[in-house]
Design a protein around this ligand. Structure first.
Ligand SMILES: Cc1ncc(COP(=O)(O)O)c(C=O)c1O
Length: 416
């Protein structure tokens, strides 16, 4: 049997699941994980993951650069993290209340993240950003929140980029600024007047399919801090996507800027559902005064996984490794793009790279390239940043580049 025949024989498993999903899951799949928006070579359903590799339900293997859109940072099925989770699972997960893991994890975060004096936990990134905003409003008694234009902070009524199903009142207290633009930040603060509760900001601009990623300029970061201080407002850093990939701690530490609250999720427990808000002492009272809870927020398994994972991330300079392998990937892709006559812009930190094709109406080149890469077993995304992990090796990058060389060539022949 040729490889093509094998692939065709196996293909129906994913197709079959998609047909069943279309009957019982709205839209067949909701949100950005609906792969009908991607080239046909992307699988919808996966069977397993190991290290930096994924296997789909049809048995096709991929070198994965999406890391589950961020959660995988130490490798799928990392033995240390999985052993800690299994040990806790043997004792129980959702019990009558929290396990000792909750205190241990809070202690570890306070010890790891410079500005943190305390931690509280949820499950999703949206839990963490929502909690942070609620704490900011409770602490200040004010309403307005400054937020980067088009920045994503979660899928609740305040933040969801799609307004369908929310009311103008839900969003009435959000005022937008442009990232790295101090004048727009000042203008937004002026509009808030004496009602400014907080500023929510991501460590770098990573929100748009049409825009490049932008690292924070040091003057901008300092201006955000100064403006929060001047207005007795809370500086909230959304590290849900970036957490522990740029800095093992708080991302603006190298810029000398400390937030008051930081929201983490995605990678902190290497794929187990966990989020955290950490904060400064001055906000501990407000954080305990608000009503914050969730049926699964106290469960022990994800917390045990989080302790093991953060322990691993602290052992070596993991951001340096992700930057190294990300740079190798980026350098290789740049050469391949040029060899095939594509002008591309690669932006953002190498640990979370983004590649945009210049003059690419409808993302035709991005779709052709990433579709051809997926067909060759390399998972990238046409319009979302990618993620490196500590599990990606130099060999993984070399293997991936062998395949992307062919993918660029195919994209060139398809697009002419
Ligand atoms: C920066 C940022 N904030 C918040 C969220 C929301 O996280 P979740 O999808 O876990 O609710 C995301 C998710 O992608 C994110 O990237």
């Amino acid at each position: 049997m040729t490889l093509d025949t094998v692939m065709q024989t196996l293909k129906p498993v994913d197709d079959g699941l998609r047909e069943r999903a279309a009957r019982v899951i709205p839209g067949g799949m909701y949100g950005h994980l609906n792969v009908t928006l991607l080239p046909a070579s992307y699988p919808q359903f996966y069977r397993s993951g190991n290290g930096a590799r994924l296997t789909d339900v049809d048995g096709n293997q991929y070198i994965d650069f999406m890391c589950g859109f961020g959660p995988m940072i130490s490798g799928y099925k990392n033995p240390v993290v999985e052993a800690a989770a299994a040990a806790q699972l043997a004792e129980g997960d959702a019990l009558g209340g929290p396990t000792p893991r909750m205190v241990e994890l809070a202690e570890l975060l306070v010890d790891t993240v410079g500005p943190a004096d305390w931690a509280m936990f949820g499950k999703n990134g949206t839990d963490a950003t929502s909690l942070a905003v609620t704490i900011a409003r409770a602490a200040t008694g004010k309403r307005k929140l400054l937020k980067g234009r088009s920045a994503y902070h979660g899928a609740n009524a305040w933040f969801n980029p799609n307004p369908l199903g929310s009311t103008p009142e839900d969003r009435a207290n959000i005022i937008f600024f442009d990232f790295n633009d101090i004048a727009s930040l000042e203008a937004a603060a002026a509009e808030a007047g004496d009602d400014l509760a907080g500023i929510i900001v991501s460590p770098f601009k990573h929100d748009g399919p049409v825009d490049d990623q932008r690292l924070a300029e040091v003057d901008f970061a300092r201006a955000v801090r100064a403006l929060a201080d001047r207005n007795d407002a809370v500086l909230i850093m959304d590290e849900v996507r970036t957490g522990f990939r740029l800095v093992t701690g708080s991302a603006w530490e190298p810029l000398g800027v400390a937030p008051d609250l930081i929201a983490y999720s995605k990678a902190i427990a290497n794929g187990w559902a966990l989020s955290a808000v950490v904060g400064i002492d001055a906000l501990a009272q407000a954080a305990s005064d608000i009503y914050a809870t969730g049926s699964f927020w106290y469960s022990g398994v994800a917390m045990a996984a989080g302790i093991a994972n953060i322990g691993l991330l602290r052992e070596t300079d993991t951001p340096a490794h992700m930057d190294h392998v990300g740079t190798l990937l980026r350098t290789g892709l740049q050469a391949q793009a040029e060899e095939n006559g594509f002008e591309v812009v690669q932006s953002g930190p190498a640990a979370m790279p983004y590649l945009r094709f210049v003059d690419d109406p409808g993302h035709a080149a991005a779709l052709a390239f990433t579709g051809a890469a997926a067909a060759r077993g390399v998972l990238l995304h046409p319009v979302h940043n990618w993620f490196l992990s500590t599990a990606h090796t130099e060999q993984d990058i070399a293997d991936a580049l062998d395949r992307t060389a062919e993918a660029f060539a195919e994209a060139r022949s398809v697009l002419g």
